[in-house]
Design a protein around this ligand. Structure first.
Ligand code: ZN
Length: 450
């Protein structure tokens, strides 16, 4: 009798324990027993339960501690969860086609740095698509229209585009008008001013924007609490930008730092809290026509137009590739040139600068030929790995560092309680090799699964 009573009491206690562990927090989504890549600490949290409510991450807890329920349950056993990715250098002339491509590849945030069709109205349509999901769209951040000058980059150097002065591009005529122009664009929800210093990607080269103009843009931008995002493509332009007080650079490609000699500029960069976008894809894009195997995954995805793919057979692009190769052979003093040759020295510089506090983010310069919206961000990550960077550092650049540059790290960029549930569920571990970011099972934006 005594024993029976003992077992009865034990059973009641166990039953009570079971009931109290059945937690219903009214969550919309439960991802059960998943491996979370924590980009804030650079670690993996194994076997986690993650609850999402009203688009936000409500709770993260060791699997099995509580028996959670939710309207939708996803089994994360042996799977990996990373934050949604950002492409921080994007141009598009057809967002209706390009935005779903980004989302398909897990890019839940884009930074649009101007373009030939980017009027205020076009920017507004893109932002709306990202906010309201009228189409399958990433979150949209952007700069102002290009600030440049007549007869310069990109209007003169990229012929054939339909730039509209005063609407998609501003030609600066004198330093006096910059004040009112900056005040005008500051009315729009922009992160900053896009200023183009470039002398043109190919000869015949054009004049660069004079230092006085850049300096005035920076002064007026700061007076309006705006950043300045400068397009630079070599060391001279980098020096001009830094000298003028620019703190955000939209390309790394073209810059080559000598860490022993360039100490004056380096000390300014290290002291300046710089954000810098990679765009190594530009180098790869030049070499695409010579590497037919690269296009195969692009074709296989079946989401890109035949026109984009057919450019592989256009002799004009083959000439361009040859030009690029001979330039690089001479520059690097090598007899032959591989993709690794043109990437390694750049990634080496990026890693050194990052170790001194430069906030590097990933960008592809989508909108250029052989740079594919969505897929190419994964190529960009693979280029950094080819150059020697660790997968976890690459993922930081593609997520939390980007959110910092967008001033959105309070709610985006990592898988943390209270943040927006923009995430990608992967079947393979991205920390083993970065190519595993392509093993996408589901993309979540604001907790909704796509
Ligand atoms: Zn660009």
């Amino acid at each position: 009798m005594k024993n029976n009573l003992f077992y009865l009491i034990i059973s009641l206690i166990s039953l009570h324990a079971l009931i109290s562990c059945q937690q219903n927090l009214d969550a919309d989504l439960l991802i059960r027993n998943v491996q979370i890549i924590d980009v804030l600490n650079g670690s993996v949290l194994n076997n986690q339960d993650l609850l999402i409510k009203s688009g936000q991450i409500l709770l993260i807890q060791q699997h099995g501690k509580n028996n959670f329920t939710a309207s939708t349950i996803v089994d994360g056993t042996n799977k990996y969860l990373i934050p949604g990715l950002f492409d921080c250098h994007v141009h598009t002339t057809n967002y209706q086609e390009d935005f779903p491509r980004f989302m398909h590849y897990g890019i839940t945030g884009v930074f649009i740095t101007g373009g030939s069709v980017c009027t205020d109205a076009y920017y507004e349509q893109m932002r709306k698509a990202g906010q309201e999901d009228t189409i399958y769209a990433p979150r949209v951040f952007h700069t102002s229209q290009h600030f440049t000058m007549e007869g310069r980059h990109p209007v003169k150097t990229y012929g054939g585009n339909n730039w509209q002065e005063g609407k998609t591009v501003f030609f600066l005529h004198d330093t006096m008008e910059i004040k009112s122009l900056v005040a005008k664009v500051a009315q729009q929800p922009i992160l900053g001013i896009k200023v183009t210093i470039e002398d043109g990607p190919h000869p015949p080269l054009v004049e660069r924007m004079p230092l006085e103009f850049i300096h005035k843009v920076v002064t007026e931008a700061h007076a309006n609490q705006l950043e300045v995002f400068a397009h630079v493509s070599d060391n001279i332009e980098l020096e001009m930008a830094v000298e003028a007080g620019v703190r955000n650079l939209v390309h790394f490609t073209g810059v080559d730092i000598d860490f022993r000699k360039d100490t004056a500029i380096l000390s300014k960069i290290y002291a300046g809290h710089f954000d810098w976008v990679t765009t190594l894809m530009l180098d790869k894009s030049f070499l695409y026509p010579n590497n037919p195997e690269w296009i195969e995954p692009v074709k296989a995805s079946n989401i890109y137009s035949q026109e984009m793919i057919d450019k592989m057979n256009d002799p004009g692009y083959l000439f361009r590739a040859e030009d690029y190769i001979s330039f690089m052979k001479e520059y690097l003093k090598l007899d032959t040139i591989s993709l690794r040759d043109v990437i390694e020295f750049q990634v080496h510089d990026i890693m050194e600068l990052a170790s001194h506090g430069v906030n590097f983010v990933l960008g592809t310069d989508t909108g250029n030929d052989f740079i594919f919206p969505g897929y190419s961000l994964h190529e960009e990550m693979q280029l950094l790995e080819m150059g020697g960077m660790s997968p976890v550092d690459i993922l930081k650049m593609a997520t939390i560092n980007a959110a910092v540059m967008m001033h959105a790290d309070d709610h985006l960029g990592s898988i943390s309680v209270g943040k927006t549930a923009d995430m990608i569920l992967l079947s393979k571990n991205p920390l083993e090799q970065i190519e595993n970011t392509l093993s996408i099972e589901r993309v979540f934006k604001g907790g909704n699964s796509f």
